[in-house]
Design a protein around this ligand. Structure first.
Ligand code: SF4
Length: 436
């Protein structure tokens, strides 16, 4: 049993994600919605479309306090600082940006110049996340990256000078990568890290050039055992360096976690603006809807110009679907997922028998409840009103987290937990809500 600290109620948080869809070159492993336009793009037209889509979302969700803003892509560091400033200004006019809100922009080393970073900072960006990917030049070439290690190091130094908070990404479990080679590379990365590092295992995504090479046997990635060893080494080294994992691939000094990503994983609400962006909006009547937009940048801009938004999908989510999504997101986190909070929020919670089964298989860990008030009244009734059987007490639902191989089969964990999900009776719901 471990202890988990109290966390904020993410149900009340609202973030804004802005997707910038262009890159200087398409990396062969990438399945993100990123596009290359050798003739450039009409940045003023895209800015106008972002503004219109933000207006549309405001009309749907009403007044909000913005907890975090994230410019992702694509390569947002190809945006002019003035474009970023105009988008942030507009978000500030539509909603209240909370004091200290985290405003992150993803950057690629080949598009980093000191002046540009100063421009982003002046626009309001207070955190950058740099796509370094490897500290070996030959590996960067194999990954199809345009930058060199030297450029990556320069970008990290500019970020360190310019922003209070920065992070960079590396990809490991690359073809032929040994434990010793990764240990050396990760040591170098930790020596130049700030408070946050994202360390992703290379995955072969369908319909990418890497998938074709992999299918033809021309790209061999470490097998599952080797990948697990690399993962374990990563956890040990980052923890020893004071940047323990707070999510499967993300590591931070305590307090330096990405607040925007925590908002996703704690299942907050967020607007997804721009081509191919996904969102989870909570409407004034409490209905949560999943949104996604047209992926092609120019077609997205056309849709926005015609309809005011680029949404191709706006699906209301049932409470059961929301509970499943919250499980899938929350199980990624080291802090785990509080099943009691989940039951309060959605009136659904996995059966404890299924949780115990998965725990006995070593896929889940049950964490200690965050307080000593471990009993809740199962039925909110009194003597003489209901049969004695209705007066049974039960332990507070636990916080659970995925461990071991469970971290790599989250969809399967959620499927099993979801199959045995139980509706919480209105009486228990009321008791839990009163207790909260
Ligand atoms: S720079 Fe990033 S988003 Fe663009 S193609 Fe490469 S991996 Fe994908």
């Amino acid at each position: 049993m471990s202890t988990v600290s109290q966390r904020p109620d993410a149900g009340a948080l609202f973030g804004v994600y802005i997707h910038w869809p262009f890159c200087a070159q398409k990396c062969p492993y990438c399945d993100f919605n990123s596009h290359v336009r050798f003739g450039g793009w009409d940045e003023a037209r895209f800015l106008a479309a972002y503004i219109r889509e933000l207006d549309d979302v405001k009309a749907r969700v009403g007044r909000q306090d913005v907890y975090s803003i994230f410019f992702g892509g694509g390569t947002p560091s190809l945006m002019k600082p003035a474009t970023v400033a105009a988008i942030l200004d507009h978000i500030g006019k539509l909603w209240t940006i909370q004091p200290g809100a985290e405003i992150t922009l993803e950057a690629n080393p080949n598009s980093v110049e000191a002046d540009r970073f100063v421009g982003y900072r002046a626009a309001g960006v207070n955190r950058v996340s740099i796509g370094v990917q490897s500290l070996r030049d030959e590996e960067l070439k194999r990954l199809g990256r345009l930058h060199s290690v030297s450029e990556a190091k320069t970008a990290i130094e500019i970020a360190r000078r310019t922003f209070d908070r920065f992070s960079f990404d590396l990809i490991y479990a690359r073809p032929g990568q040994t434990l010793i080679a990764w240990r050396t590379e990760l040591s170098e990365a930790l020596a130049m890290a700030g408070g946050h590092l994202s360390l992703y295992q290379l995955t072969i995504e369908p319909d990418t050039p890497y998938a074709e090479l992999h299918a033809r046997g021309r790209l061999v990635v470490p097998d599952a055992d080797a990948a697990l060893d690399l993962y374990a080494l990563t956890q040990d080294m980052t923890a020893a360096a004071g940047l323990p994992a707070y999510e499967i691939s993300n590591h931070a000094a305590p307090g330096d976690e990405s607040r925007h990503n925590l908002l996703y994983w704690r299942y907050g609400a967020y607007a997804g603006i721009g081509p191919g962006a996904h969102g989870r909006l909570v409407l004034p009547d409490g209905q949560r809807i999943a949104t996604s937009t047209e992926k092609n940048p120019e077609r997205w801009a056309e849709r926005v110009e015609e309809a005011g938004h680029g949404f191709t999908d706006e699906t209301p989510l049932t409470l059961e679907e929301q509970a499943d999504e919250m499980l899938l997101m929350g199980l990624r986190l080291t802090e785990g997922i509080d099943l009691e909070a989940m039951a309060r929020r959605f009136r659904f919670a996995p059966a404890l028998s299924e949780v115990a089964d998965l725990e006995s298989m070593g896929l889940l860990e049950i964490l200690e409840a965050p307080d000593d008030d471990a009993d809740i009244i199962r039925a909110c009734v009194g003597p003489g009103i209901a049969p004695a059987a209705a007066m049974t007490h039960t332990r507070r639902r636990p916080t659970i987290r995925a461990i071991g191989t469970g971290r790599f089969v989250l969809n399967e964990l959620v499927r099993r937990l979801s199959l045995k999900t139980q509706a919480v009776s209105p009486a228990v719901q009321q008791a839990a809500t009163l207790r909260a």
